[in-house]
Write a protein that binds this ligand. Structure first.
Ligand code: F6P
Ligand code: MN
Length: 313
């Protein structure tokens, strides 16, 4: 038979079929699918900008938004019409906004364009999403029901977790997200590490932990984009990403609600762990939208090891 689109798509499992087969609740799977589609619009914006959007005027003389603001607008505008979302909170906004009629089931958080400072270098960047079933600042581990990220790299990939494992999809040339890695499971121990923060700013316990990794011949992998750096640990089935507490900045850099909670949800679904060095990321109370938090996220061995070194210091 001649090669062709039908040949290829016959065996491909697309995102909607995957979620349906996994038994993801109908409104949740529609929402995840809609957000995955928004990734295409965000990607189009990245291409259109040719890396120079901010501060420029378009052909009508209007000031262009920076790419992270544009990504935020795309998400907000489409979520408004989704029919499933009551509240939207974004790293790009000061406050939570009500976008539904009041009866919708879900509450969404977004880091619309993580790693946007890497745009000029043409390294991978991403969108991180958390989907909650309770209003966004409600206490308790159980409010997050799904998390996903879209990564804009040489390929556009999307990872989602909705309580039935973590799965990766690739956007194909026909514009469909097709399954590339089903039910990703981390090994107990990996061999890469990704370290945020200046060495001179690290605490003694963290420094000892890093020295241990170096002694054990872990390979350094750090791009400065949380999405690709985290993605590398996930797809390579283990290792650790950390952005620790710093001497001058005990709360580290990354944001608990927008960045850490969704990735912690995904890593746990893949059999890994995420802590702040003491407690699980998903057990930490979120007191305000921009709360920052140290993080150790990856396979179990390394995250437990970090806990030991920090406790001993
Ligand atoms: O969103 C914050 C962020 O850009 C992450 O994507 C990334 O992991 C981190 O900051 C990089 O920080 P630094 O430039 O300090 O290494
Ligand atoms: Mn970010």
């Amino acid at each position: 038979m001649a090669e062709g689109i039908s040949d290829y798509t016959k065996f491909a499992i697309d995102l909607r079929r995957h979620m349906w087969k996994a038994g993801v609740e109908i409104e949740l799977r529609r929402l995840i699918w809609q957000i995955a589609v928004m990734g295409k619009y965000i990607s189009a914006k990245i291409h259109e900008s040719n890396r120079k959007l901010a501060g420029f005027k378009n052909i009508y003389g209007e000031e262009q938004l920076t790419l992270d603001r544009s990504a935020d607008e795309i998400l907000k505008n489409h979520l408004e019409d989704s029919g499933f979302v009551r509240e939207y909170a974004s790293e790009e906004r000061e406050a939570i906004i009500q976008i539904g009629q009041g009866g919708e089931k879900y509450f969404v958080t977004a880091d619309p364009l993580d790693g946007s400072s890497l745009v000029d270098t043409n390294l991978a960047i991403g969108t991180i999403i958390g989907i909650h079933k309770e209003p966004i600042l409600t206490e308790g581990r159980e409010t997050l029901v799904a998390a996903m990220y879209i990564m804009y790299g040489p390929l556009i990939t999307m990872v989602y977790a909705a309580g039935k494992g973590a799965h990766e999809f690739v956007l194909n040339r026909e514009g469909e997200y097709v399954l590339s890695e089903d039910n990703i499971r981390l090994k107990e121990r990996g061999d890469i590490y990704s370290l945020g923060g200046l060495r001179s700013e690290w605490t003694p316990g963290h420094l000892k932990f890093v020295e241990y990794l170096e002694k054990e011949s872990y390979k350094l992998r750090y791009s400065g984009g949380f999405v690709p750096d985290f993605n590398q640990v996930l797809i390579k089935r283990g290792g650790i990403f950390t952005y620790p507490a710093l001497k001058e900045n005990p709360r580290g850099k990354l944001r608990l609600l927008f960045e850490l909670q969704p990735m912690a949800f995904i890593i746990e679904q893949a059999g890994g762990m995420a802590t702040d060095g003491k407690q699980d990321i998903l057990s930490i109370k979120v007191e305000n939208l921009n709360q920052r938090c140290p993080v150790y996220i990856g396979s179990r061995f390394e995250v437990e090891k970090a806990k030991e070194f920090l406790a001993a210091a």
